[in-house]
Design a protein around this ligand. Structure first.
Ligand code: AMP
Length: 283
């Protein structure tokens, strides 16, 4: 496996593979990797001849006062993990390498897809995501790119961006990987104290409660979000940012559950703001 830090080295590393017509899979990450990320690398390994993992804490997707500076970073550990999962190339550029001049050109996915859910409390976040993903697509020119369902809005936004801009990359969504007790794996879980780690289980518990309600026939979105909020309120340290029920593809808010439904929440527990979600097929 090769670790490259410049765009030029990346181009050289992929030149031969491209000339030979080998397929390339890309897994974009911000590093501090866990089993969730590695499941993406394994999926990319199954589908492609060459697997590239990018490790880049992207400054343009963090807002003022967010955790850009304190975001955990450990490239040596990440490289060892992805090598074990079958990666061929790690691309770990510096911010100056990715953004050599002040960025004035951005990719913006407009409208309800980015206005609700995380877009409401993180203005500019999806502009940063769409821009860096486009840059990575242009640098790597992958056949396929792998994203986790954990960041459901990001996955939907990237899919739509690829479709609307004819980017020609197959976007592969991968299921949420959880700890044995149900907590969705996240690099930000490292911020949690032992007590907060226990409190954070309420996210998954509230989603499982919602799953049961829908299985029992609940179709009213407001009744469902109210109920989820009641479950979350059982844990005083959990501060709700949002609980939303939306169409899983368009992210349009729903009144009545029908089709592919995304139940998504963001909750602050101690320092980190945690997100989790559930996709339900509702007939
Ligand atoms: P991040 O490093 O947080 O930007 O995440 C990089 C990619 O890994 C994104 O596509 C995430 O959705 C995905 N990912 C993060 N956590 C998980 C998880 N627990 N299960 C599956 N995918 C995940």
């Amino acid at each position: 496996m090769r670790i490259v830090t410049t765009k030029a080295e990346l181009r050289t590393a992929l030149h031969e593979a491209r000339a030979d017509g080998r397929t390339v899979g890309l897994v974009p990450t911000m590093g501090y990797l866990h089993e969730g990320h590695l499941s993406l690398v394994q999926a990319a390994r199954r589908d492609n001849d060459v697997v590239v993992v990018s490790v880049f804490v992207n400054p343009t997707q963090f807002g003022p006062g967010e955790d850009y500076d304190s975001y955990p970073r450990d490239l040596a550990r990440d490289a060892a993990l992805v090598e074990g999962a079958g990666a061929d190339v790690v691309f770990a550029p510096s911010p100056e390498e990715m953004y050599p001049a002040p960025q004035v050109a951005y990719v913006v996915v407009d409208g309800p897809m980015t206005q609700g859910l995380c877009g409401r409390s993180r203005p500019g976040h999806f502009r940063g995501v769409a821009t860096v993903v486009t840059k990575l697509f242009n640098l790597v020119r992958p056949d396929r790119a792998y994203f986790g369902q954990k960041d459901a809005q990001q996955l939907a936004v990237v899919r739509r961006m690829v479709a609307d801009l004819d980017l020609g990359v197959e976007v592969v969504g991968c299921p949420i990987v959880r700890e044995p007790d149900g907590l969705a794996m996240s690099s930000r879980n490292t911020y949690l104290t032992a007590d907060q780690r226990r409190d954070a289980l309420v996210l998954h518990r509230s989603l499982e409660w919602a799953r049961q309600q829908v299985a029992d026939g609940e179709r009213d979105a407001h009744a469902l979000t109210d109920g989820i909020r009641r479950v979350l309120a059982e844990v005083p340290s959990a501060r709700v940012d949002y609980v939303e029920v939306v169409d899983a593809d368009t992210l349009q808010p729903l009144e009545v559950l029908a089709g592919r439904v995304l139940v998504a929440l963001a909750v602050q527990v101690g320092k980190p703001r945690l997100i989790d979600n559930l996709v339900l097929e509702v007939s």
